[in-house]
Design a protein around this ligand. Sequence first.
Ligand SMILES: C[S@@+](CC[C@H](N)C(=O)[O-])C[C@H]1O[C@@H](n2cnc3c(N)ncnc32)[C@H](O)[C@@H]1O
Length: 242
Amino acid sequence: MAGQNRLTGDHGGLMDGVYRHQRHFYDATRKYFLLGRDPLIAALDVPEGGSVLEVGCGTGRNLTLAAKRYPHAHCFGLDISRRMLETAARSVARANLDDRVRLARGDATRFECRALFGMSKVDRIFLSYTLSMIPDWQAALCTSLANLAPGGSLHIVDFADQSGFPDLFGRTLRAWLARFHVTPRVDLIDVAGALAHAHKGHLVARSLYRDYALHIIVTLPPQPPADAARMQNDIGRDPLPA
Ligand SMILES: C[S@@+](CC[C@H](N)C(=O)[O-])C[C@H]1O[C@@H](n2cnc3c(N)ncnc32)[C@H](O)[C@@H]1O
């Protein structure tokens, strides 16, 4: 497992503390409320021989599924928590994917694929229920886009604002999530849309389960267009594959 020295503050220590015990029952319990992860993997559509990176890979649950679904892809995962990476390494080994999946410790807000994995850009990057745990989540989005190859895509699934549920449900969920240092990013679409615009890219987004969660894809142009930036935010109108 490769290392990364320039980690921010003690967020890694905080995450190690949060997941010290939870990582042992994480996959069994999270499947009931980290909704939308499998549709995200299905929509990655990694090109033959392409590369895919999960930022905040946790236990490796998503990465092993992605590696199986895209058997010709080069798969990478980074996480700030050493404990989660230990669990991820075991999941990868159990799935006999050591030769196809590489893991490294890194900070989503300041990583470089070249330093961690020896390749400058990747074709697909995804963040699954990770931005809601990163204080400077906007920096994590910028950094991910900076590591994406031309024509590549950034895929995000995370908590939305629960506006389709009674107030009490939303307040109870947010209070419970806060105990785990999770904060839904209610302006995620706006920030991702502005970044897509700045990169002359294209954003599609879909609300999941009555605004329980949000699935966003930002696609970069194959070559930066010569003409002025053109925003193409088709929020709610351009459905993603189920
Ligand atoms: C809720 S878990 C999600 C794990 C996995 N993506 C999934 O869908 O099951 C969030 C993960 O993000 C990691 N994380 C939090 N802040 C991070 C940061 N700044 N850089 C990299 N990983 C981070 C945590 O250690 C944890 O493994």
